[in-house]
Design a protein around this ligand. Sequence first.
Ligand SMILES: [Zn+2]
Length: 167
Amino acid sequence: MSAEPVAEPIVGFRQWGSRRGRLFSGIFVAGRFVPNPALHQVAPRAVPSPWPTDADRVAKCFALRGHEAPHRDCRCGYAAYYAMPEDPELPAPEAVWGAVVAWGRIVECETGFRAQYARPIALLECDNPLDRRPVKLVARAAEEYAIPLLSREELIAYAGWHGELPG
Ligand SMILES: [Zn+2]
């Protein structure tokens, strides 16, 4: 359970909140998307930043006594699941799923990992019934990030080309 640098990039699956074509880390509370609640606790007026469209994302810890992210005793780093859920939850219109490639220092957990560096590589094409826009948020995000929109099976196969699929 230590954060060791990995030789090969690994891939995982995660959820984001999509706003105006950008992907944000965050949580979903009662049908609403809350971008990066950890950041809000530490710096209430800080503006959550989207995952960059043209660069890798580098993890930062928002704990008061910061450390290099990810830290095994914290929740920092870019989290992803090892497996793509069969029936991914879409609790809000902004909810989107996709695959990431991750590298650097990695904290491995039971169902997933937290990484120092990560980048989205593809998004899950699915019909979020809460998103009633003519152009779905997930389609807009796929275009902004210039990454493909894939079915669940295609997404898993595509992820496997980009790095090690744990498990
Ligand atoms: Zn931390």
